[in-house]
Design a protein around this ligand. Structure first.
Ligand code: SAH
Length: 216
C-alpha cells in the first residue's frame, strides 16, 4: 500500500471536501504518516475517517476531528501550544508541523512512552511530553496561546482558563461521558472570555482531579 497516496485521498475526500481550508492544517495532514501511530494490524485502515484503538481503552481521533480541532485553534506558527491527551501522538505530530513550542500531557505512561518514540522517529523531537494529570494544565510552562484537549471534560477545568494568554484560544470537548460538544473559549482580556460551540463530538473521558473519576 502506498501510504502517501492514501494520505492525499484522505486530505481531499475527508478533510478538504468537508470544509477544512486552513493551508497549514491541510499541509500538516498531508505530511504526517498516520499509520505509524497505530498497531501494524491497523495500517491499512489508518487513512479511513474513523477513530482506531491505540490500547488501554483509548483511541486515535478520526482525521476530520483532528483537522477541525487544529483549524479551530487558528494557529499561525508562532504560538506556544498545550495539548492535553497525547494518546498515540498523532494530533501532537500535526501540531508539531505548525508550531515549534509544543507541550503535551498524558496520564498513561505507556502511551506517553510510545508516542515519544514515534514522534522522535519522525523528527518531532522538539515536543515536550509529560506524564501527569492534565486537568491541572502545565503551570510551569504557561501561559499558552492555544490549548487543545483531546478527551471529553464534564466542565472546563479552571486552570486552562488561567493558563491561557490574553488573545489565546482553548478548544475542548465538554459534556457527558460519551458525547460532548466541541467548545472554543477565547480569552479577550484578564477576566474576559468568549465561548462558542463548534460541533458535536465523541471523545474518551478526561480523567483526573478536575475531570471524570476513573472507571465511574
Ligand atoms: N490526541 C490523541 C487522542 C487520544 S484519546 C490521539 O490523536 O491519539 C485521549 C487521551 O487522553 C488518552 O490517551 C487518555 O489517556 C488521555 N487522558 C485522559 N485524561 C487525561 C488527563 N487528565 N491528563 C492527560 N491525559 C489524559
Amino acid at each position: 500500500m502506498d501510504y502517501s497516496i492514501a494520505r492525499r485521498r484522505m486530505v481531499e475526500k475527508q478533510i478538504r471536501a468537508k470544509g477544512i481550508t486552513d493551508p497549514l492544517v491541510l499541509d500538516a495532514m498531508l505530511q504526517v504518516p498516520r499509520h505509524l501511530f497505530v498497531e501494524e494490524a491497523f495500517w491499512d485502515q489508518a487513512y479511513g475517517d474513523f477513530p482506531l484503538p491505540i490500547g488501554e481503552k483509548q483511541t486515535i481521533s478520526q482525521p476530520f476531528t483532528v483537522a477541525a480541532m487544529t483549524e479551530a485553534l487558528q494557529l499561525s506558527g508562532v504560538e506556544r501550544v498545550l495539548e492535553i491527551g497525547t494518546g498515540s501522538g498523532y494530533q501532537t505530530a500535526i501540531l508539531a508541523q505548525i508550531v515549534s513550542k509544543l507541550y503535551s500531557l498524558e496520564r498513561l505512561p505507556d502511551l506517553a512512552r510510545k508516542a515519544r518514540r514515534i514522534l522522535d522517529s519522525i523528527g518531532c523531537a522538539q515536543v515536550h511530553i509529560r506524564v501527569s494529570d492534565g486537568t491541572c494544565g502545565w503551570e510551569e510552562a504557561a501561559p499558552f496561546d492555544a490549548i487543545i484537549v483531546t478527551a471529553g471534560a464534564p466542565s472546563v477545568p479552571s486552570d486552562y482558563l488561567s493558563q491561557l494568554s490574553i488573545g489565546g484560544r482553548l478548544v475542548v470537548p465538554v459534556g457527558g461521558r460519551d458525547k460532548q460538544v466541541l467548545r472554543r473559549v477565547s480569552r479577550l482580556g484578564e477576566q474576559d472570555y468568549v465561548e462558542e460551540e463548534l460541533q458535536d463530538c465523541r471523545f474518551v473521558p478526561l480523567i483526573g482531579r478536575f475531570g471524570w473519576r476513573e472507571g465511574a
